[in-house]
Ligand binder design. Structure first.
Ligand SMILES: Cc1cc2nc3c(=O)[nH]c(=O)nc-3n(C[C@H](O)[C@H](O)[C@H](O)COP(=O)(O)OP(=O)(O)OC[C@H]3O[C@@H](n4cnc5c(N)ncnc54)[C@H](O)[C@@H]3O)c2cc1C
Length: 410
């Protein structure tokens, strides 16, 4: 008679593979059910194909989560050190680029391979092209996992089916939400996050537009809802770049409630108020017979100059003297506060992560459902989303490993 726990894992993505290894290393018999035909489809496209798998600068502040305190505890139990030790134990060589961790191979597929190889070594069984449809708790405390083609029995179930973000080919269709809700768990509203923001504004530059280091602050009326610094990209469709993506989940939440959001871009992030005032004074001392366009040539990027003049409805060919000092000054201050009304966000297909999901309040400290003990919820399916920079995969490893260990010794 065997006393090994049988753990069923729904979803062979980042969190599911990590959970499978943790459970199997602790002696559980593990079956992973995956609806596509292979493991880690999304994982293999992360970090532009290089997989930014974690970040040396890790704290609970890097996450939007309903519970900072609990995030802190989870990251203490399985943080960046544990994640790097884990991957090192799989034979993956990791390099740091300013704290951003990547496989030295430069290939996200290496990360998928080492995870799958370890699963195979530990005897994890894989069932591909099987979509989990329902999880049923039986009277004897075991679980039946009903799929599109079969059913599987286990002592514990880990739901690691991801969210809605990314191309549909990666299997991100949000199946986990209705399965959890059917089990009585609650779901926080979901939005695309780490995604570009749209604007309908005919003064935006054409095509791929312009990139610039800037501060971007997002407002609802006078209230600041997010503020970020980094390389902003302004295109004919709207704004993107890392600082915009970082704020996108928060912006999406407000837009969905009908609250109009405005972005204010400051193209002179290194200048404080006094320094900028002095800079404007210096610019105003330039000879008045020069054209406005000539003054702006040395001031900022030509695409940004064009955009601002278009907004101000002023020709670059006008002489500074004719424009007048107060108007020139008004134009120059626009570079510190270029306001763009946000009309929407990119869709889930273009997003890197889902904001919202299964409420952490429904889960205990091992990611186990409080209402259905024996069922665990991990990864993007939970109401946790991180910043760009390896934080979302870190959450997949953290939650997956903690749940895998706990499920194996229920
Ligand atoms: C283009 C892109 C780039 C990214 N780059 C990075 C990066 O560099 N660093 C970073 O930290 N994060 C990155 N992310 C985010 C990161 O990929 C996710 O946070 C992470 O993959 C989530 O892991 P997961 O295990 O929760 O879900 P997933 O990795 O999405 O895995 C879920 C798995 O469950 C399967 N599944 C779904 N429904 C069912 C079902 N009903 N039955 C059976 N199986 C099912 C899916 O097919 C899939 O295999 C990126 C995301 C995208 C889209």
């Amino acid at each position: 008679m065997s006393f090994e726990k049988k753990v069923i894992i729904a979803g062979a993505g980042a969190s599911g593979l990590c959970a499978a290894i943790a459970a199997a290393r602790d002696g559980a018999l593990v079956t992973v059910i995956e609806k596509t035909d292979s493991c880690g489809k999304k994982l293999s496209m992360t970090g532009n194909g290089r997989c930014n798998l974690a970040n040396l600068n890790l704290s609970s502040d890097d996450y939007n989560s309903e519970s900072r305190g609990r995030m802190k505890n989870w990251l203490k139990r399985f943080g960046v050190k544990e994640a790097t030790d884990f991957f090192t134990s799989l034979g993956l060589v990791i390099i740091s680029e300013n704290g951003y961790l990547y496989p030295i191979s430069g290939q996200a597929n290496s990360v998928v391979s080492v995870l799958v190889n370890e699963c195979k070594r530990l005897g994890v069984e894989f069932c591909f092209n099987e979509q989990v449809k329902e999880v049923i708790k039986e009277d004897d405390g075991t679980f039946t996992v009903r799929t599109s083609t079969d059913s599987h029995c286990g002592d514990a179930v880990i739901l690691s089916m991801g969210g809605l973000a990314g191309p549909k080919t990666t299997g991100s269709t949000g199946d986990g939400y209705y399965i959890c809700e059917k089990l009585g768990m609650s779901k926080k509203d979901t939005y695309p996050a780490l995604v570009a923001l749209n604007a309908e504004d005919d003064t935006l530059p054409k095509d791929s537009g312009v990139r610039a280091l800037a501060n971007v602050t997002f407002y609802i009326g006078d209230e600041v809802i997010a503020a970020e610094y980094g390389e902003v990209q302004i295109t004919s469709k709207g704004i993107s770049g890392i600082p915009v993506m970082q704020a996108s989940g928060v912006v999406a939440g407000h837009l969905s409630k009908g609250r109009p959001v405005t972005a204010s871009i400051n193209f002179f992030p290194g200048y404080n108020d006094d320094e900028f005032d002095n800079l404007v004074k210096t610019m105003l001392e330039l000879p008045g017979e020069r054209k406005l366009g000539e003054l702006l040539d040395g001031f900022c990027n030509s695409n940004i100059n064009e955009m601002i003049l278009k907004r101000m409805k002023i020709s670059a060919g006008m002489k500074i003297r004719n424009v007048g000092a107060s108007m020139v000054s008004c134009i120059l201050y626009k570079y510190r506060n270029l306001r763009i009304e946000i009309s929407g966000t990119g869709d889930y297909k273009k997003a890197q992560v889902t904001k919202g999901g299964i409420s952490l309040g429904d889960l205990d400290d091992t990611m186990q459902s409080k209402s259905v003990p024996g069922v665990f919820v991990v990864g993007e399916l939970c109401d946790v989303d991180g910043r760009c920079g390896g934080y979302n995969l870190q959450w997949a490893w953290t939650s997956g490993y903690i749940a895998g260990e706990a499920a194996s010794c229920l």
